[in-house]
Design a protein around this ligand. Structure first.
Ligand code: BT5
Length: 259
């Protein structure tokens, strides 16, 4: 159940409106449930998100005032709009650029994570409703979350961190959001101008998996091998122990040997 919606403009940061909910189950779900209330460029932000989810309906943990939970609404310009292919990856790069502005080094991990010090600091969830031609890009960032906030049994604490844990100081959430919207606008405009191939090149600069042995798990099973980059469609490539290449559209990747 959503509560108290406040609508503002984005103060020139980006072309949409800024919709704030005090409490909502999921910003992504709200957009998908209310496509006719959303315009291209709208940002839906929740102070408190009570049923945030990741891929495959997994739980996404957040804390009011200590996390960013928001969704950007995009109306793809055509079926060939590169944003349909590059939504998660471009947004992960925008989050990385924002962390960099705060002197936090981070890397992107296929398909939708941003890791600082090898631990998940942000997750992206892009969902597309073809019947309304609406793309929603959900962004969860652990800004001021404490180790205690990240102690939920659904996540392995070793694998999660926050901006404040990394730096031992707090951040102004509104400022982080402003930086994020600005960086998202830049990467999305670039993606539309220069195409998915250029996004792949940018991805390789910050690719956490580069040179690693990985384990990919999907609903069909597991496969381990050497990460061999992404193919031209953004599929993950892995070379197994027999030298055979396999590609994946989706899956969870863990590091086999940390070298
Ligand atoms: C994601 O999924 O990483 C996408 C998360 C997207 C969340 C945003 S918040 C705004 C918008 N509204 C929503 O309802 N969702 C989006 P996935 O790759 O499936 O990762 C989920 C897994 O990450 C969980 O199973 C946990 O293990 C772990 N996890 C959950 N909360 C976390 C957190 N705060 N920090 C780090 N890891 C977390």
């Amino acid at each position: 159940m959503a509560s108290k919606l406040k609508v503002q403009n984005n103060k020139g940061l980006w072309h949409g409106r800024f919709l704030t909910f005090e409490t909502i189950e999921s910003t992504n779900q709200w957009v998908l449930d209310n496509p006719k209330q959303c315009f291209d460029g709208d940002v839906v932000y929740a102070i408190e998100q009570t049923a945030g989810h990741g891929r495959f309906q997994r739980k996404w943990i957040s804390q009011p005032e200590r996390s960013i939970t928001m969704s950007m609404v995009i109306w793809p310009q055509s079926m060939h709009d590169p944003i349909l292919q590059g939504a998660s990856m471009s947004t992960a790069l925008a989050v990385r650029a924002t962390l960099q502005e705060y002197n936090i080094e981070s890397m992107v991990k296929w398909p939708n994570d941003v890791l600082a010090d090898g631990r998940k600091t942000a997750g992206i969830l892009a969902e597309y409703d073809s019947s309304h031609n609406i793309l929603v890009i959900g962004i969860g960032i652990n800004v001021n979350m404490t180790a205690n906030d990240l102690s939920d049994p659904c996540l392995n604490q070793q694998h999660a961190t926050s901006m404040s844990i990394q730096t031992a100081h707090g951040f102004n959430i509104a400022e982080v959001i402003a930086s994020l919207i600005k960086n998202a606008e830049t990467v999305i405009n670039n993606l539309r101008k220069t195409g998915f191939e250029q996004l792949l090149t940018e991805w390789t600069r910050y690719d956490y998996l580069a040179g690693r042995k990985i384990l990919v798990s999907t609903k069909d099973g597991f496969l381990s091998g050497s990460y061999s980059g992404l193919n031209e469609n953004g599929k993950l490539r892995i070379i197994d122990e027999n030298g055979q290449e396999h590609t994946f559209w989706t899956g969870d990747v863990s590091i086999k040997n940390i070298d």
